[in-house]
Design a protein around this ligand. Structure first.
Ligand code: FES
Length: 171
């Protein structure tokens, strides 16, 4: 095992129970170590690990025989890649036109105040991330908020906000 593999194995879970690195290896192998599959490999890594740690980026660079600066450059160029661990709960407030007129700005403001963060941020304890989206395609039930895997809508901004805060406080 090389030093990066050893570092990853010791910095996450024991290699015997964490086979994510092997799955990533299998993906890279399936792509025949082609350097132009970097984005697909980064995607797989994020799917497996939840976000792109430094040591994972270095591991991918080494596996694809690419300069680390190039791997970092590509990963940071695309907004879909994340470099911090995902929060326990994620909330996406729709700020599209239909939702705006149904009061999602008030929901957003209340959640920002409640969690002491701004949209796009995660609380320091890693419990809650708050995001906005332009239109998530369910305007008919505006105001729309996606809390974890649940789409909330067809309700007042106050009720939606209360449901989210209640769930956060119960978890
Ligand atoms: S504007 Fe919010 S779902 Fe379309």
């Amino acid at each position: 095992m090389d030093s990066i593999s050893a570092h990853i194995a010791t910095s996450t879970q024991p290699a015997t129970t964490d086979n994510r690195l092997q799955i990533l290896d299998a993906t890279i192998k399936r792509y025949q170590y082609q350097q132009d599959t970097l984005i697909e490999v980064l995607h797989k890594a994020q799917e497996l690990f939840g976000y792109l740690e430094n040591n994972i980026l270095l591991y991918i660079a080494q596996s694809l025989k690419l300069p680390p600066s190039q791997v970092y450059g590509v990963a940071t160029f695309y907004h879909l890649f994340s470099f911090t661990p995902p929060a326990k709960h994620t909330c996406v407030v729709c700020t599209g036109t239909a939702c705006y007129f149904q009061g999602t700005q008030a929901i957003l403001a209340n959640l920002e105040k409640y969690a002491h963060i701004h949209a796009g941020e995660t609380t320091s304890n890693g419990e809650f991330s708050l995001f906005t989206a332009r239109c998530i395609g369910t305007c008919g039930i505006a105001p729309v908020v996606v809390f974890d895997d649940t789409v909330l809508g067809s309700d007042t901004p106050e009720n939606i906000c209360d449901r989210i805060i209640t769930q956060l406080e119960q978890s």
